[in-house]
Design a protein around this ligand. Structure first.
Ligand code: 6GU
Length: 234
């Protein structure tokens, strides 16, 4: 899978996608990430990329031309399945969207900045608008990194144990059960006995119960969604 990320601040994306699982995915040739500086595609004086908004008001707006120049250079080389704009007023991102996007081949991520981008880019070029949560970031770069990470790890072969993505929180609309490692006893902090029992069925049942408990306590909305999804499939 290939991501092309368009940004006015490419430095923000240097590190988050170059370690751990993301770096391994790149090394294995399963994930490619290219970061493009929108400024390099500006033909205006001083490589200008934004301007005052029509109608007045505070905040600069990113202009059509540098963004479109960059996208057109990329589109000449390959077809893109999605051109996504990261914006706080986009559709709320979730695991289901990550799963869907992990099946795509070429995706452009456009990071907004300042007051926003010229609406005509959104109208005519963008295929999907995504927000990663109900709060405001200074720009779309951190959100783009969140997308690449959450989607990249779903590509077959990226995770070492193929099943581990399946037992992630949210993958089955349940939060994860607690986990423990050595030592079995740390002062008077003890690992639940069932996990030391070697009884696989009991361990599985315990984990499911704990996952249900935690979900009920912290995210009852996920259980209602799960019930609803089950009703639809029966
Ligand atoms: Cl995608 N961008 C910005 N600037 N803020 C956000 C966001 C995106 N998602 C949540 N807040």
């Amino acid at each position: 899978m290939r991501f092309d990320i368009l940004t006015a601040v490419p430095e923000l994306l240097d590190s988050p996608l170059s370690h751990s699982i993301m770096q391994r995915a790149k090394d294995r040739g399963l994930l490619e990430v290219f970061v493009h500086n929108i400024r390099d595609y500006s033909h205006y004086k001083h490589k200008q990329i934004d301007d005052y908004q029509y109608g007045g008001g505070a905040g600069m707006v990113m202009m059509i031309e540098p963004i479109l120049n960059c996208i057109n250079v990329l589109r000449k080389e390959r077809d893109y399945d999605e051109i996504i704009f990261l914006t706080p007023d986009g559709d709320l991102y979730d695991q289901k969207t990550a799963n869907t996007l992990s099946l795509k081949k070429n995706v452009i991520l456009l990071c907004g900045h300042y007051k926003g981008i010229d609406e005509r880019i959104r109208e005519h070029i963008i295929t999907k608008e995504i927000s990663i949560g109900s709060y405001v970031l200074s720009g779309g770069e951190l959100a783009a990194a969140v997308l690449v990470d959450s989607i990249g790890r779903l590509i077959p072969g990226v995770l070492n144990d193929e099943t581990s993505a399946l037992s992630d929180s949210f993958q089955d609309d349940l939060l994860s059960a607690p986990v423990y490692t050595r030592p079995a006893k740390y002062g008077d902090w003890e690992v639940p006995a069932v996990l030391l029992s070697g009884h696989e069925a009991k361990i599985e049942a315990w984990r499911y119960e704990k996952a249900l408990e935690k979900t009920l306590e912290r995210r009852p909305d996920l259980l209602r969604k799960k019930e609803f999804d089950n009703d639809l499939s029966t």
